[in-house]
Design a binder for this molecule. Structure first.
Ligand code: ZN
Length: 103
């Protein structure tokens, strides 16, 4: 991730993801920490899927309830940034608690 303010708005910070300038993430400084973490995780997950779909599984992190259907979704639940099932809403992991994926 490269810190480059591509959004020139007060109260926002932004960065570019990856080596090609294709994906950017911006978060509001006034948002809560869980909201900022979930926002960045959501954009990084989207970048991951688009960037690596040809060579890596695109369902990371996989939903334990529906491993062949969809990845988990980054959300805020009870003031925590978590990975949850996008269909049932069940929380499965804290964001940042999963081990790194090797490609
Ligand atoms: Zn699910």
């Amino acid at each position: 991730m490269v810190h480059e303010d591509w959004v020139d708005l007060p109260g926002m910070v932004s960065a570019l993801i990856g080596t090609s300038a294709g994906t950017g993430v911006a978060v509001a400084l006034g948002a809560s920490e869980p909201e900022r973490v979930a926002r960045v995780a959501d954009v990084v997950q989207e970048w991951w899927i688009e960037e690596l779909w040809a060579t890596s599984p695109t369902n990371w992190p996989p939903c334990p309830e529906h491993p062949d259907s969809h990845p988990l979704q980054a959300v805020v639940a009870v003031e925590r940034a978590v990975w949850a099932c996008p269909t049932g809403g069940r929380v499965h992991h804290e964001i940042g608690a999963l081990p790194a994926v090797r490609t």
